[in-house]
Design a protein around this ligand. Structure first.
Ligand SMILES: CC(C)(COP(=O)(O)OP(=O)(O)OC[C@H]1O[C@@H](n2cnc3c(N)ncnc32)[C@H](O)[C@@H]1OP(=O)(O)O)[C@@H](O)C(=O)NCCC(=O)NCCS
Length: 162
């Protein structure tokens, strides 16, 4: 697996799994009916942000991540990141590799910490993955997320000093 910068030609490979993840409404607080141009703008970040894809030997896009300053101005020394792995390629270490890549990028760029603002508490696989990469749950916004089948659930703010 190779992780490299995402380019415009990668978007058609990202959009199908982006769309299914967002439409499912279980893990991201994005508009469920987001259209393709809006999704593309949201996901493919210009500098100082960065978007990457994980690809296999055949060049198939397995997953994607974007990373960015969490805030502007005097909050810009804390990074954030978001991750999506194609459901057909989960459980093979792609998410972990993207997480490690984002941490390495943020460290190299001089960020002092990485913060995830909205990790859905029922997304237990992701929560466990981020904890295994050194993130702690700072707080949980009660009922911050309306899960389509589980109702109102908490949103974790997760943090790791770099
Ligand atoms: C979360 C996500 C990025 C993980 O990607 P992945 O490629 O399946 O993850 P990995 O194969 O690297 O697995 C990483 C670890 O998480 C664990 N894990 C992943 N999904 C899990 C699940 N659904 N239940 C339990 N554990 C899970 C694995 O056991 C693995 O642990 P290990 O490395 O010790 O074996 C992926 O499931 C995804 O895109 N989900 C939808 C979008 C999302 O939730 N993004 C994150 C928002 S915070």
């Amino acid at each position: 697996m190779l992780i490299r910068d995402a380019n415009a030609p990668d978007w058609p490979a990202i959009w199908p799994f982006f769309r299914s993840i967002v439409r499912a409404g279980e893990t991201y607080a994005y508009p469920l009916d987001i259209d393709e141009p809006a999704a593309r703008t949201l996901w493919l970040l210009p500098p100082p942000g960065r978007t990457v894809v994980a690809v296999d030997d055949a060049g198939t896009v397995l997953g994607s991540a974007h990373m960015n300053p969490n805030r502007m101005g005097n909050g810009a020394h804390v990074a954030s990141a978001s991750f999506m792995v194609d459901p057909r390629h989960r459980g093979r270490g792609v998410g972990r590799a993207l997480g490690e890549h984002a941490l390495a990028w943020a460290t190299a760029e001089g960020y002092r910490a990485m913060q995830f603002n909205a990790v859905v508490e029922t997304n237990t696989g992701a929560v466990a993955l981020w904890q295994s990469l050194g993130f702690e749950i700072l707080a949980t916004v009660p009922e911050g997320f309306r899960h389509p089948s589980k109702g109102y659930v908490g949103l974790h703010v997760m943090y790791r000093r770099l």
